[in-house]
Design a protein around this ligand. Structure first.
Ligand code: LRH
Ligand code: MN
Ligand code: MN
Length: 426
């Protein structure tokens, strides 16, 4: 299934008039406030978020998995699905592969397909949290941190293999997330586990091409429930610093204990030039991997405020690898990803409305009320017409969800692929 520009253009016609009046109204209001609307729309157009290869099928929980039908059963089909999302939103111009869930069988064919759909290969993710078929060693008691040298060597080699696979596709970053940790007090020696992890990461880092980054993802718990070796941004930053300039911390929104101030973490990492990647999702309780913006949209906005500040003021921090890391059981995964992309763009657009000079002045005068007014004035602005304009300019859909439904995409996929397909992944 491939959507073409004419189909999308035709569907847009119905809502064009009302969009134009919404956009003109908002544009006038923002211009009167001294904002450069064209520059905001162009920033929105440039902002691209990678779709993880494992989010295109219906996710599951450990209690069960319910298929959504017409799911992609090969990497080619997953790229096709991202092509659909990208055609509609013009925001999903990249894919992030999880190895070994999605090893390409024919590199040239996959690259050609992705190229034709304007999709780039973003960070590649290694997987040392599951035992692979035929593997000599088990990761039951850890991978890069394991007390067994043979296990660590197998895990290091896997990461080097992943770099090699990514290299053939044009990826420029390796994301390492470890499930390593312990379920019970006394099970592990914290210092040994941390030092082994550092040494293993250094070995992987030695195999990293010069123009690559290594992104070290942290998570406080799950699947280990007493301790995790890389439990927070501090541990991740220490390990990244221990590897070198090309190693960075990756923040996944779901990987924090309740009430953590994620925007502050993001801000300080950028100040230090060490924020490398970002996984978007939302959560109520833990690493719930729910649709972005579905639970705490204001928190997302505050995080974007810091990200925008960092992008404008911290040249020492590199461009970030943005990715959605969400997957669950109840929605059509493509509709869910479209909703996540919309929420990301919305939070970004609102953060771009914040008048940074006014905010700085209010901060200097200790005018706490004004500071809050400035943030909330931006947050309360309905920016959807800006997102629509960005999509329209780029050839996308005014309303991606409506277009997806009107074009009957899911039914087409079911007709093409059949009902009983199962995507690889979580
Ligand atoms: C771990 C994680 C990590 C994995 C992905 C499947 O919870 O966020 O990024 O690679 O989920
Ligand atoms: Mn993640
Ligand atoms: Mn996670």
């Amino acid at each position: 299934m491939k959507l073409n520009k004419t189909q999308i253009h035709d569907i847009n016609q119905k809502d064009l008039k009302s969009h134009e009046s919404d956009f003109n109204y908002l544009s006038d209001k923002l211009t009167n406030k001294g904002l450069d609307v064209n520059s905001i729309v162009s920033k929105l157009k440039d902002f691209q978020v990678a779709i993880p290869s494992w989010a295109l099928g219906a996710g599951g929980t450990r209690f069960g998995r319910f298929s959504f039908y017409g799911e992609p059963s090969s990497l080619e089909q997953k790229i096709d699905d991202i092509g659909v999302i990208h055609a509609l939103t013009q925001t999903a111009g990249a894919v992030s592969l999880h190895i070994p869930w999605d090893i390409p069988s024919d590199y040239n064919a996959i690259k050609e397909k992705a190229d034709a759909l304007n999709i780039k290969f973003d960070a590649v993710n290694s997987n040392t949290f599951q035992d692979q078929k035929g593997a000599q060693e088990t990761y039951k008691y850890g991978s890069l941190s394991n007390t067994s040298k043979a296990v660590r060597e197998q895990a290091i080699q896997h990461n080097l293999d992943v770099i090699n696979i990514g290299n053939k596709l044009g990826s420029k970053a390796l994301t390492v997330w470890l499930a390593d940790g312990s379920c019970f007090p006394g099970q592990n020696n914290f210092q040994t586990a941390f030092q082994n992890t550092q040494d293993s990461l250094i070995d992987i880092y030695k195999g990293l091409p010069d123009d690559w980054k290594m992104l070290v993802e942290y998570k406080p718990y799950e699947p280990n429930f007493y301790s995790t070796v890389i439990q927070d941004w501090g541990a991740s930053l220490m390990l990244a610093n221990g590897c070198g300039d090309k190693a960075y911390t990756l923040v996944d929104l779901g990987h924090h204990l309740p009430n953590s101030n994620i925007e502050q973490i993001v801000s300080i990492l950028q100040l230090k030039g060490k924020l490398g990647g970002f996984h978007f999702n939302d959560s109520k309780y833990g690493d719930d991997d729910l649709t972005v913006g579905s639970i705490k949209p204001y928190a997302l906005f505050l995080i974007f405020n810091e990200l925008v500040y960092g992008m404008e003021n911290n040249p020492q921090n590199p461009d970030l690898a943005w990715m959605i890391d969400a997957s669950h059981n109840v929605k059509d995964p493509l509709e869910d990803l479209i909703q996540s992309l919309e929420a990301i763009q919305e939070a970004y657009a609102k953060a771009l409305l914040i008048n940074q000079a006014d905010l700085k002045a209010a901060q200097l005068h200790h005018d706490v009320v004004k500071c809050q007014e400035i943030l909330q004035d931006a947050y309360r602005t309905d920016v959807r017409a800006l997102l629509q304009q960005a999509r329209l300019d780029a050839g996308g859909a005014l309303s991606p969800i409506n277009a997806y439904r009107n074009l009957n995409v899911r039914n087409e996929l079911i007709t093409e692929r059949g009902k009983n397909t199962v995507a690889t992944g979580l």
